[in-house]
Design a protein around this ligand. Structure first.
Ligand SMILES: C[S@@+](CC[C@H](N)C(=O)[O-])C[C@H]1O[C@@H](n2cnc3c(N)ncnc32)[C@H](O)[C@@H]1O
Length: 320
């Protein structure tokens, strides 16, 4: 177990939050080998984008929320402060993160904060469904790649990039297009979320996109959601060798090419800055595609000691 002290003053200032729920002084976060904990990203980087999007919802009445894939619990704390939540369900399939996340949340809240915090083992939203629980917002930041037989879910940070689907038999037919684009877990999540949202409720999905965005949009629409792309950015590929080897292998076995970029490519950043809510997603994506490299090329770059990026999307889905 490792202790981390995070300074979130900048974060609170940026989003005009006043530590009503969070304890004074920095927050103390314990991590173990199972908890995904991107410390640097908290103060700048991609997570800030996520919180910026959430902060725009501060005026909406958000009483209850569920997070699927909880990491060390930092996001849970920030959402509690941002929305003054009454109920929060923290769900994860990795038993190794549940107690750590629960303690991190409760230890950093003021003693008089009255919140119902439920931290449960759950394959996606199974826990909410089997207890007929509905919430205002469900947030997911789930991996795209399925664990192969020789990787274990308990094997530390690989769980940030790989998922396991418990041991149950599934009766869900996932369209081949979404399956081959590694969207299987997101598809199952969206399908389940329909049963777990209160009227007017929304899902917020963080999806690492290495395929055309129009395919992801179609998946939301096919499942009955209005798709809104809140944010698009480049994110460094973490666990790069393992992840790229898997995507490269998929490229060898199918016609699919996945999309990566050399790290910090300025032309990509310049195009991303032009994105706005009226942009045609297909045209926009096509303009990025020419700047990209395949997984196999990206793997060679990483093996030569360099870094690569991929697209990260923050998507809002609202039931039609
Ligand atoms: C990228 S991490 C999420 C990190 C967290 N949101 C954060 O930023 O700190 C992905 C998480 O999804 C969890 N996960 C993977 N498959 C899952 C499933 N089928 N059901 C629930 N959680 C799952 C992993 O155990 C892991 O904790």
């Amino acid at each position: 177990m490792k202790q981390n002290l995070i300074n979130i003053d900048n974060f609170l200032k940026k989003f005009n939050l006043n530590r009503q729920y969070l304890r004074k002084n920095g927050i103390q976060i314990e991590t173990n080998e199972n908890t995904y904990f991107p410390k640097e990203e908290l103060e700048s980087g991609w997570l800030m984008n996520l919180y910026s999007e959430f902060s725009k919802k501060k005026q909406e009445h958000i009483d209850s929320m569920a997070i699927v894939g909880i990491g060390a619990g930092v996001e849970s704390l920030l959402f509690i402060e941002m929305f003054k939540l009454n109920k929060l369900y923290c769900l994860d399939i990795n038993k190794g993160v549940l107690d750590v996340a629960y303690n991190n949340v409760t230890n950093n809240l003021n003693e008089d904060v009255n919140i119902s915090l439920v931290t449960k083992y759950s394959d996606l939203l199974d826990y909410l469904i089997s207890n007929s629980i509905k919430v205002n917002i469900i947030y997911e930041n789930l991996p795209n790649l399925r664990l192969s037989n020789n990787l274990q879910i308990e094997r530390g940070l690989t769980t940030a990039s790989f998922y396991s689907e418990a041991n149950k038999k599934e009766n869900i037919d996932i369209p081949a297009m979404y399956d081959s684009c590694m969207l299987r877990l997101h598809y199952r999540f969206l399908l389940q979320a329909k049963e777990c949202l209160l009227p007017g409720g929304k899902v917020i999905c963080c999806i690492g996109a290495r395929i055309p965005i129009s395919i992801i949009k179609n998946m939301f629409n096919d499942l009955g959601y209005k798709f809104t792309l809140l944010r698009i950015g480049v994110v460094e590929q973490l666990s790069a060798e393992e992840v790229l080897a898997t995507y490269s292998d998929l490229e060898d076995r199918s016609k699919n090419k996945f999309l990566f970029f050399t790290h910090n490519k300025s032309k990509v950043k310049a195009i991303l800055e032009q994105y706005h809510s009226e942009s045609d997603i297909k045209v926009f994506f096509d303009s990025l595609f020419g700047l990209g490299i395949s997984a196999t090329q990206a793997l060679a770059i990483v093996q030569a000691g360099k870094r690569v990026d991929h697209l990260g999307l923050i998507i809002e889905g609202e039931l039609l």
